[in-house]
Write a protein that binds this ligand. Structure first.
Ligand code: HEC
Length: 473
């Protein structure tokens, strides 16, 4: 072959392969974008998902492309809300810079569809346990009928667990029976009274798991487990929102047991302030609260909780002798998403570490979610009332994972006496317990939480919790 021809052929071939290369590196929907959306969006943006439209095929994604571009760049989707400059988080779903650049380049080049063969397999979803098949499943005591309309007070129900030995739990999950009406469910643990007394160590430790849009199942890291003492019961707090049709629900709570005895126990603590009044037509109203971690501990996560006027929440830590540091910052709180923020590296802190939580509320007309800016707002369970709660998952470092010996725990006579006295004071009909109409108004909204066996009355044992909360110990 003539050399010039050969040269031309080589040149042509190399151009061809360059074209092929360029073709290959071109960002396409099937090869690049669909996998990104599968990883970050499809969980909600699918036919059975939470979101109002789905993003499962090319046509849908193209149709929504403008909004997608805006939402991902503004950091509104996927829902997250954290200040990205504070902390690193293991469950951060946001796109990396490189991933955002890929989306931009795809949109700039006219959103090519690409080779259908590159399309990833559709994801499979099970409206079922995400923790795997539970070892034990506990149901709500009965099916609840949710009326078509109106406002339903929080429901409190109790399920006997009927367990005769202490359980160490690796993973736990609330499975709503009817997702159309379940707004949220919190399952609380209620050990037998004497055990609860023995285990109370300065932090509330009763919240087991939460179901709410966006909140993941409770899966503990290796070597860490939740303890459910023998003889415990579960209390369900359920918020239903009527749909316009009569609905029914019977939700479930499932647990997967730890394979081995854990090294540390996972527990929950909540920093709350129930005593505030947000004035009408005010923005940036600040409510604070703090607690001290009584022993050396590991912090795993932060969970903000407010209602529609909630605007921002910051968690600060101060180790003894140190300066206060911002540990988790949620500048754009969104009540629609109840998220737990898990640290990429759980943080060991010494005894005496202070957790200060600062909540900011927007009770102005500029808050599009505000149910009524002309009202002053106090603590309450319904969404037009407010809450100020900063939750933490943490474990003690002492390695003590056994149920304390009840016989060795000193009963605080002072608490017992004060609790009995309070019951006596309000128990107008002298039946040994106070019913909802007998308690002062300020306590009525906490009634369901204090009445831990949900029998409609607060007895002297249940009242001990209130006395302790008020610092009478
Ligand atoms: C945890 C569930 C969830 C995830 C994950 C999620 N979305 Fe959404 N998305 C929603 C819901 C619910 C809405 C409607 C309510 C709202 O706007 O907040 C929505 C709304 C949207 C909107 C419309 C906003 C508007 O009103 O213009 C876009 C666009 C969007 N999502 C894109 C995405 C993209 C892209 C991803 C992945 C990067 C994603 N979403 C991940 C639940 C989710």
């Amino acid at each position: 072959m003539n050399r010039i021809l050969l040269f031309a052929l080589v040149a042509a071939l190399s151009t061809l392969s360059q074209v092929a290369e360029a073709e290959k590196s071109k960002v396409t929907y099937t090869k690049d974008i669909a996998p990104l959306l599968q990883a970050k969006c499809i969980e909600c943006h699918r036919t059975q998902g939470l979101a109002p439209f789905n993003l499962q095929n090319y046509e849908q994604v193209r149709a929504w492309s403008k909004a997608i571009h805006k939402e991902v760049h503004d950091g509104r989707m996927p829902p997250w809300g954290l200040d990205p400059t504070v902390g690193e988080w293991s469950n951060d779903p946001t796109f990396s810079k490189a991933e955002l650049a890929k989306i931009d380049s795809w949109m700039d080049s006219g959103m090519p569809k690409g080779n259908p063969k590159d399309m990833p397999k559709p994801l499979e979803f099970h409206e079922d346990w995400s923790i795997g098949e539970p070892d034990m499943i506990f149901e709500m005591p009965e099916e609840i009928v949710i009326p078509a309309e109106g406002v339903m007070d929080y429901q409190y129900h109790v399920t006997e667990m009927k367990i005769e030995e202490d359980l160490y739990v690796q993973a736990l999950e609330v499975l709503p029976g009817n997702r159309r009406v379940v707004h949220h469910i919190i399952v609380f643990l209620q050990p037998p009274a004497a055990v609860a007394q023995a285990m109370s160590d300065g932090v509330t430790n009763t919240m087991l798991d939460v179901y709410a849009p966006g909140s993941p199942a409770g899966v503990n890291p290796p070597g860490v487990a939740r303890l459910i003492p023998a003889g415990s019961t579960l209390m369900w707090q359920i918020h239903y929102t009527p749909t316009g049709e009569e609905e029914r629900d019977r939700s479930k709570f499932g647990i997967v047991l730890a394979k081995e005895k854990p090294k540390e126990l996972m527990r929950t603590a909540t920093v709350v302030n129930t005593n505030f009044e947000i004035p009408p037509n005010t923005d940036d109203y600040v409510v604070e609260s703090s607690m001290t971690i009584p022993q050396e501990a590991t912090i795993y996560s932060y969970t903000p909780h407010m209602h529609y006027r909630g605007k921002a929440m910051d968690f600060f830590l101060t180790v003894p002798g140190g300066e206060e540091e911002l540990a988790c910052s949620i500048p754009r709180y969104d009540f629609n998403w109840q998220l737990d923020y898990f640290l990429a590296d759980p943080l060991r802190v010494p005894a005496g570490t202070k957790v200060r939580v600062v909540a900011t509320f927007d009770n102005s007309a500029d808050n599009p979610y505000n149910p009524d800016p002309t009202k002053s707002v106090r603590w309450g369970e319904q969404t037009w009332e407010e809450m100020m709660m900063g939750g933490l998952f943490l474990s003690w470092a002492d390695g003590n994972v056994d149920v304390p010996d009840v016989a060795e725990v000193e009963v605080d006579e002072n608490v017992v006496r004060m609790a009995a006295g309070m019951v006596k004071q309000f128990d107008k009909n002298k039946d040994g317990a106070i019913s909802k109409d007998e308690v002062p108004e300020a306590m009525q909204q906490f009634f369901g939480m204090i009445d831990t066996n949900a029998d409609g009355g607060i007895d002297a044992v249940e009242m001990q919790t209130v006395v302790k909360m008020q610092g009478g110990r």
